[in-house]
Design a protein around this ligand. Structure first.
Ligand code: ADP
Ligand code: MG
Length: 712
């Protein structure tokens, strides 16, 4: 659709709008603003009140104020900081001999200043009132100003002045003018609006303004946020994203997101999937060789999963469970059902280390049952891989385990029935879909396991296309992990404690973190610590594992640690997910302040797996920011993954918690999953109650370019 001259549609490119030249278009693009809709959803961060004119006599230090006055004198000051000062008076200051003129100061002397601030010129100035740098009275430095005709009527702004996020070279004034123009040129009906049945708790009118979200169409809400009438301005509500106009938009956007995911799910489920039944005899043989009983919670979720697998439409299920709750066993029991029905299983892990460990566990559990488990690693055309691929394609391998390597183009399955993805937050939706497409005749069932719990509201949003099973119980006999925080200055003491622990037959992880995710740098950091520890702990066997090692080397080191042939394992965060060495009971994490809570919790979950008391030492660098302090404090207080996940969401926001880009949540422009979490249960309900045509309308309006939901 192209724009007619004075009527724009939402998808009109900004570069096609009148008044937007190439330079401005490029600046807008840097802000992520391509279409008219993008610009309209570029909402102000805050507002300035220029709706009232303050007499000079009534100015207050520190206040942001608009002054309507005229120039009585100008002055150029040379020296190291050449500046230009215009002295302004208005009726109030003229009448009061106690009030000196207001100084308007610029730290340059450009010729246009002389021109603008002519004697007796009337000017409107907006700026912060501060103590004059020289002389007496108040000044405004570099105010926004506008020259007025002497007899122009009084012209305070009608609306509050929006302040937008901007980019270098793009002035607020330019952005404001652009938005004013767009709001005029886009017809109100271009933005469809759904009338909801608002529940009272969302729609109750604000105390001061009487405004309710019920009163606003989507378009009105949008206009209000860009052009906020003083009577509806409520600073605190706006700052917390709770202004009715903000809520109105957030609801639409969340609903659009929800609708899109539901659509995805519906389309997927309309495809057929193989009906998978477990074999009771195989189950019994499998369970008999375990040296433990599945917990009640494990049994419950296995039952939920197997119920799904018996349907002729694909399962889409998210398995949530805290670190160490035994998700691997659940995955294996799901896999058994597929194998028993003659179908293949693909298990995808986020790191090679973890894939290897899964292959080992599954191998141990399944090989005695005559189930062929194989690890598929690496890329390229090496012989071993080619052989594995050939076996996979004819169905000789029943359970294939690997990393992304599993869904490269050259990987073919004979009859893939179940896809299990471990530690979901590392993978994107795209990858999920790619794997699903691997089976030709039908769609495979999908089981997605999260590394750490995801807060409920976030899960409802990010995984609206999935059913959720929760393992709400840890295997019996687990000891709590004692967590202490120590400043890096006490490193020597910590090393001594490590030595003592190893003397007492414990094994220790020492984890090195980095700010940047860089294999090279983190390998270097780990190597440095490794040298330090080998020198300090001459009696102990210290090992090193990081992402730059060859798979074989990594495996050898991990095996040695598992077998108890190493006392201390220095590692980068590659060991973060899933690694399971029950005898390791001490973990030192260097610079924990660099990590989010979920990651710390996941790391810490490597200990506390055996029957001994475990310890986690968070060895932080100083000084700590407040946010880091809050995170470390949370780690000390709690070991509950669900609680920590909620805290993480509050402290770091949804993008970080989910691992950003992948879900589309990071692209939300009006909604904020932290501030609008209370809306989500209702949105969920709305998404299933609204007529499909209306839901589609919201999705189409808000997610025009939402390619991240993938094609089905
Ligand atoms: P996660 O949920 O973090 O992936 P794992 O599957 O790695 O947890 O299991 C953690 C440890 O608990 C493993 O050593 C596993 O063998 C053990 N485990 C799993 N289920 C049980 C159970 N029901 N009873 C005792 N130990 C169990
Ligand atoms: Mg795991």
């Amino acid at each position: 659709m192209q724009a007619v001259s004075d009527s724009l549609s939402l998808d009109t490119p900004l570069s096609a709008c009148s008044g937007v030249n190439a330079r401005l278009a490029a600046q807008l693009k840097r802000l992520g603003l391509i279409s008219v809709q993008d610009a309209l959803l570029h909402l102000p961060n805050r507002y300035q009140d220029r709706t009232q004119i303050t007499p000079i006599q009534a100015l207050i230090l520190g206040q942001q104020a608009v002054v309507d006055a005229y120039v009585v004198r100008t002055q150029k000051i040379s020296g190291r900081r050449p500046s230009f000062i215009a002295y302004l008076q208005d009726a109030s200051s003229q009448q009061d001999p106690q009030t000196p003129p207001l100084q308007v100061r610029f730290f340059h002397q450009a010729a246009y200043l002389q021109h603008h601030f002519k004697l007796q010129q009337r000017v409107l100035c907006f700026g912060e009132v501060r103590l004059a740098y020289q002389g007496i009275g108040w000044e405004m430095a570099h105010p926004d100003y506008q020259c007025l005709e002497a007899d122009a009527p009084l012209v305070a702004d009608t609306y509050l002045t929006p302040i937008y996020a901007s980019t270098e070279g793009l002035h607020q004034g330019r952005l404001r003018r652009l938005l004013v123009t767009l709001l005029q040129q886009v017809p109100a009906q271009a933005w469809p609006s759904i009338s909801y049945l608002w529940p009272a708790e969302l729609a109750s009118p604000c105390t001061h303004t009487g405004l309710s979200v019920r009163d606003l169409s989507t378009w009105q809400a949008l206009c209000m946020l860009h052009q906020m009438p003083p009577m509806y301005y409520q600073a605190e509500l706006l700052a917390n994203q709770q202004h009715p106009a903000q809520i109105r938009l957030a609801v639409d956007e969340l609903l659009a997101h929800q609708g899109a995911l539901q659509g995805l799910r519906r389309r997927l489920q309309s495809l057929g999937a193989p009906v998978l039944h477990a074999d009771p005899q195989q189950d019994a043989a499998f369970l008999a060789q375990l040296h433990f009983q599945p917990t009640r919670a494990q049994q419950k979720v296995v039952a939920e999963i197997r119920q799904d697998l018996q349907q002729a439409r694909p399962m889409l299920r998210l398995l949530q469970g805290d670190v160490g709750s035994g998700k691997t066993l659940v995955a294996a029991m799901a896999a058994l059902a597929a194998v028993a029905s003659g179908y293949q299983v693909a298990l995808m892990a986020p790191t090679e280390l973890l894939a290897e460990q899964h292959a080992e566990n599954f191998g141990q559990w399944c090989t005695p049952l005559n189930i062929h488990v194989e690890l598929l690693t690496g890329k390229g055309r090496n012989k071993a891989r080619q052989a594995t691929l050939a076996k996979l394609a004819v169905g000789d391998i029943q359970i294939a385990i690997g990393t992304h390597a599993l869904f490269q183009a050259d990987v073919e399955f004979d009859n893939l029935g179940l896809v299990i993805i471990d530690e979901q937050h590392r993978f994107g939706v795209h990858q999920r879909l790619a794997l699903r497409n691997k089976s030709r005749q039908h769609t495979a069932h999908q089981l997605i396991m999260t590394a750490t719990p995801i807060p409920r509201t976030l899960a409802m949003c990010a995984y609206a296309d999935l059913d959720v099973s929760i393992i709400d119980e840890l295997p019996p006999g687990r000891q709590g992990i004692q967590t202490v925080t120590l400043a890096d200055a006490r490193r020597k003491e910590v090393i001594a404690r490590v030595a003592a622990a190893c003397q007492a037959q414990r094994q220790v992880y020492w984890v090195c973190t980095l700010i940047e995710e860089s294999d090279v740098l983190s390998a270097q950091a780990a190597e440095k610590t490794y040298l330090e520890l080998t020198e300090a702990l001459t009696d102990l066997r210290v090992g090193l594992v990081h992402g730059r090692l060859q798979a074989k080397q990594k495996q050898a080191v991990m095996q040695a640690f598992k077998a108890g042939d190493l006392d201390v394992l220095v590692a980068t965060t590659v060991i973060e997910v899933g690694v399971d060495v029950p005898n390791a009971s001490v973990m030192v994490i260097e610079n924990p302040e660099r990590l989010g809570l979920a990651q710390l919790h996941q790391l810490r979950g490597r200990v506390g797996r055996g029957s001994q008391q475990s310890f986690c030492v968070l060895l932080y660098g100083t000084p700590l920011s407040d946010a880091s302090k809050a995170r470390l404090q949370a780690m000390r207080t709690s070991q509950d993954g669900f609680w920590l996940a909620q805290k993480d969401l509050e402290l770091r926001g949804p993008g970080e918690v989910l691992g950003t880009r992948q879900t589309g949540l990071a692209h939300m422009r009006a909604a904020d999953l932290n501030q609008h979490a209370h809306l989500i249960p209702w949105i969920h309900q709305m998404a299933s109650q609204l007529p499909q045509s209306q839901l589609n309308l919201v999705v189409e309006t808000w997610l025009q370019e939402a390619t991240h939901y993938g094609e089905v």
